[in-house]
Design a protein around this ligand. Structure first.
Ligand SMILES: NC(=O)CC[C@H](N)C(=O)O
Length: 222
């Protein structure tokens, strides 16, 4: 699999994401926010966590206007895979590639800790390596992780089995405790927790590794 990982000014998880994808077997190219095209043959675009453009205006809002974001949109429109983590998830909602919005955490504090998640669907290239309902521990590090969506949008996510992960217990006020959602074609995943920070024993956890193994290598459990 050929993956492209984007770097914006203020990204801080881009290298970690590239390493996690490489360890799972992907061939990774790093892409700068001013690039207006993705490398030929890109299968997956990784949109990493961090503080793109200092989180000014709204987290991810300025990054969504960058030249590479237009190329990312074309990639998604062609049915390409996209993985947005934390600030990357915020960028994907700003781009309209995923529904909803990430608001300030209800506790109004920056949350930096391991979070317990339930795998809500295994029906995707990202989550097929887990069991449905499996509890996994993945770190979070955000102040705007409170996922909100109007009731009709929430019903569409629920009816379409598009909630990928949810928090147990609630941590940031997200509606239905949602931690990650899939696009309608199931090829775009946005999630606030950081699986790349739990993909190697040296990092203190490996629960995120199955996501990269499944995505890159198609290693589906069931
Ligand atoms: N780790 C991250 O990507 C953080 C995203 C964003 N800066 C926030 O705090 O919500």
């Amino acid at each position: 699999m050929k993956a492209a990982v984007i770097t914006f000014p203020g990204s801080n998880c881009d290298r970690d994401l590239a390493v996690a994808l490489e360890r799972a077997g992907a061939q990774v190219t790093r892409v700068w926010h001013k690039d207006d095209a993705l490398p030929q043959g890109t299968d997956l675009v990784g949109v990493p966590g961090g503080f793109s453009f200092g989180d000014y205006l709204r987290c991810g809002a300025i990054a969504a206007q960058s030249p590479v974001a237009a190329a990312l949109r074309r990639h998604a429109d062609r049915g390409g895979y996209v993985l947005g983590i934390c600030n990357g998830f915020q960028v994907l909602t700003e781009l309209g590639l995923l529904p909803g919005a990430l608001m300030r955490n209800t506790g109004l504090t920056f949350l930096c800790k391991p979070a317990v998640l339930t795998v809500a669907t295994t029906d995707s290239a990202f989550t097929g390596g887990y069991g449905r309902g499996q509890r996994i521990t993945i770190p979070v590090a955000h102040h705007d992780g409170n996922f909100q969506i109007a009731p009709d949008g929430l019903a569409r996510l629920q009816d379409g089995d598009r909630i990928a992960f949810s928090y147990v217990p609630a941590i940031n006020g997200s509606v239905s405790d949602i931690a990650g959602v899939l696009s309608e074609n199931r090829r775009v995943l946005g999630m606030m927790p950081h699986p790349e920070r739990a993909a190697d024993p040296a990092l203190g956890g490996t629960d995120g590794a199955a996501l990269f193994r499944c995505l890159v290598g198609g290693a589906v459990n069931a």
